[in-house]
Design a protein around this ligand. Sequence first.
Ligand code: PXP
Length: 248
Amino acid sequence: MSDTYLRLGVNIDHVATVRNARGGAYPDPLRAAKLAEEAGADGITAHLREDRRHISDADIDGLMDVLSVPLNFEMAATDEMQKIALRHKPHAVCIVPEKREERTTEGGLEVAREENKLAHFIAPLRDVGCRVSIFIAADQRQIEAAHRIGAEVIELHTGAYCDAFAEGRMEEAERELEGLRQMSTFAHSLGLEVHAGHGLTYETVKPVAAFPEVRELNIGHFLIGESIFLGLTPAIQEMRRLMDEARA
Ligand code: PXP
């Protein structure tokens, strides 16, 4: 695969959200993951939250068994999650901040303040071969800290850009985008692989996909929502098309 190819990671958390609204077994996140693979996803992302509000431990077991593409396992920096990751050894681990009361992952991880703790936390994950990524805001201090603790990848939080765009605050959206652009270049100059995600839609994906340093986008909520109208396969294929168009 060329080193300018932009990977699409499809996050299937919210298939599990719909399943869990009723309990029971459907819609099945594993079926969604396999379909996403067939539709062109380069990876599957799943976030096992401390409160198990969407993805369950059994979902992670199942994903590890059935996937042909890499699993990007999102998790908080807790002992419980570290044990689970060390047991499964997924291709990638993305460390995200997590607060029980939040609706979604609202901000990036505070790496600069927790540098020592995080360095110790990720070392065993790297030792077993997981590609460790840190989910952070487009902030030079956090990027430098992520680099110092030995992360190979940073994922830039695109939520502030997407929220400003969705609410029609276009100057702010432009400012956020410019910050993402500059910090992608900066992180790349340190030798970090750059990913991005959170809140991306058909309307907001292209400017981010066009940043040459960005190698992977992780997209979930919008795609699962859009699949109600289009079906999962066409919803993913349209995202892929927009990414390719932006990259061309
Ligand atoms: N990347 C990370 C690190 C995330 O935590 C999430 C949300 O779980 C996403 C990407 C995907 O965000 P969304 O579901 O808004 O597309």
